[in-house]
Write a protein that binds this ligand. Sequence first.
Ligand SMILES: [Mn+2]
Length: 299
Amino acid sequence: MQAIHVMGVPMDLGQGRRGVDMGPFALRYAELERRLERLGYTVTDLGNLDVPGPEEDEAPPDERGLRHLQAVARVNLQLAEQCYSAINSGALPLTLGGDHSVAAGSVAGVRAAGRVGVLWIDAHADFNTPDTSPSLNLHGMPLGALLGQEPAALAPYLTNERLAVEDVVILGLRSVDGGERDLLRLRGVPVFSMRVIDEQGIAAVMRQVLRHFTERGLERLHISFDADSLDPTLAPGVGTPVPGGLSYREAHLIMELLADDGRAGSMDIVEINPILDDRNQTADLCVELAASLLGQSIL
Ligand SMILES: [Mn+2]
């Protein structure tokens, strides 16, 4: 029986809108634990990390204008250590955000435990730097930070091992900033955008995604799931909705194909904003998707 370690990160320092700090509560209210236990897992909820609110973190913006970088980096270090411990104890770490800046912590932690492919399911690339970001919000920078861009302090690697650009795939992309697009091209980040999904269908795209990870020799995958990858009609409770997202069936099929593949060993669910949601439907759907991802492995 496999163990899952659930860790809440009520983080909303990485963006300007209040409410994503309540994401972990919304996901627990959607009966995450019970639904995963029903699949045969032993679920341990480690509770929430201690995250200061924006009014508690009085540090001024740094010289580049970044707000709350040190506070987010501190939380991410704790999260990285928890994720690292979970993998080493044979458990699957499931991180409940919070804004997406927390994934720089979770991914750094699971990478420290060994090579891992990262599937970044998101409307955005989260590949900005302080030079390219129009908003200077940290939640637009975690993937870049994991791949060595500034602000590198966002990604607290615990060893000298680093994530390789080729070991990442972005899926569901449909909103990119100008300078960020240049960086994605320059670094050669593998991207499967909504346009490719529209043209080829999600099953064909997922076959290519999984083949890419196989060709890279990756035996373990991390799924970083941003709720704004979903179409806003299905998932209205997100801070930065973008039209034209994943459909209900596309999202489930992604998770079902990952479950069949069997390599997923850790997951983030981020960017749920219960204040903007309609009767917790976004958190409900995200719990369903997590169950799809984890459902097949006991059969
Ligand atoms: Mn994101």
